[in-house]
Design a protein around this ligand. Structure first.
Ligand SMILES: [Mg+2]
Length: 234
């Protein structure tokens, strides 16, 4: 890929292994808050939470709900479904605080992530572009030991606009002094990362951890199955 100066990388499930880390964090709050007394089938608890969380993140991406609603509602709904009595709103908030704190203290990265960052920083200005929450994303960078590779951490939390909306991509260029023509976005989410960046005039690399059919991702300039492959492209 010619003429690139600036690289933006998504964080969750592109660099920091959200899927793996969140499994451990969810199990942690289930145990810590004694939720097995209401729902002794952990998988059932997990499935209710996961479906609701996904639904809420979709709404959040498109600016239809705010962060406070997202973080309280995902556990409030789950507690309601498993039949927890009493003031579940307050409990939901406590569980979410613990979940996010525990989650962001975890450091498992996608295989090859550190090696890739190490390679990229020698050639490009490397930044993160993420829809995650400010304090949480910052802690993830520290916990996983990649903080020093990242020049700017650009978050939807800072500009009030989420990927895939055009505004956050323009904001990212402004923050870093980059130009669309010389910038590439690397991410695992086809809508948020790839279509969003393409729409803003950036070049795009899809990290295909979700296993998309290659014919279904036309806006990706390059599709890679392993992070390692990016080193031969950039
Ligand atoms: Mg992601």
């Amino acid at each position: 890929m010619e003429g690139i100066k600036t690289v933006f990388v998504d964080l969750d499930d592109t660099i920091w292994w959200f899927t793996e880390n969140s499994k451990v964090a969810l199990r942690h709050v289930y145990d810590k808050f004694g939720l097995s007394q209401y729902c002794n089938d952990y998988n059932c608890f997990r499935d209710i939470y996961a479906a609701k969380n996904l639904e809420l993140w979709d709404l959040y991406h498109y600016g239809k709900i705010n962060k406070d609603y997202l973080v309280t509602e995902r556990y409030r709904y789950t507690l309601e479904q498993i039949g927890v009595p009493g003031d579940i709103e307050a409990l939901a908030k406590d569980i979410d605080d613990e979940y996010l704190f525990f989650l962001s203290s975890m450091g498992t990265l996608i295989p090859g992530a550190k090696d890739l960052l190490d390679y990229l920083v020698k050639k490009y200005d490397v930044n993160i572009l993420s829809n995650g929450f400010n304090e949480v994303q910052m802690r993830k960078l520290r916990s996983s030991g990649i903080e020093n590779y990242i020049h700017h951490l650009v978050l939807s939390d800072d500009c009030g606009i989420t990927k895939p909306l055009r505004g956050i991509f323009d904001y990212a260029l402004e923050r870093t002094g980059a130009t669309a023509e010389t910038t590439v976005m690397i991410g695992d989410n086809y809508d948020a990362d790839v279509q969003g960046a393409k729409n803003a005039g950036w070049r795009t690399v899809l990290f295909n951890i979700k296993g998309f059919d290659r014919n279904s991702v036309p806006d990706a300039d390059i599709v890679v199955e392993e992070l390692e492959e990016i080193k031969s492209i950039l």
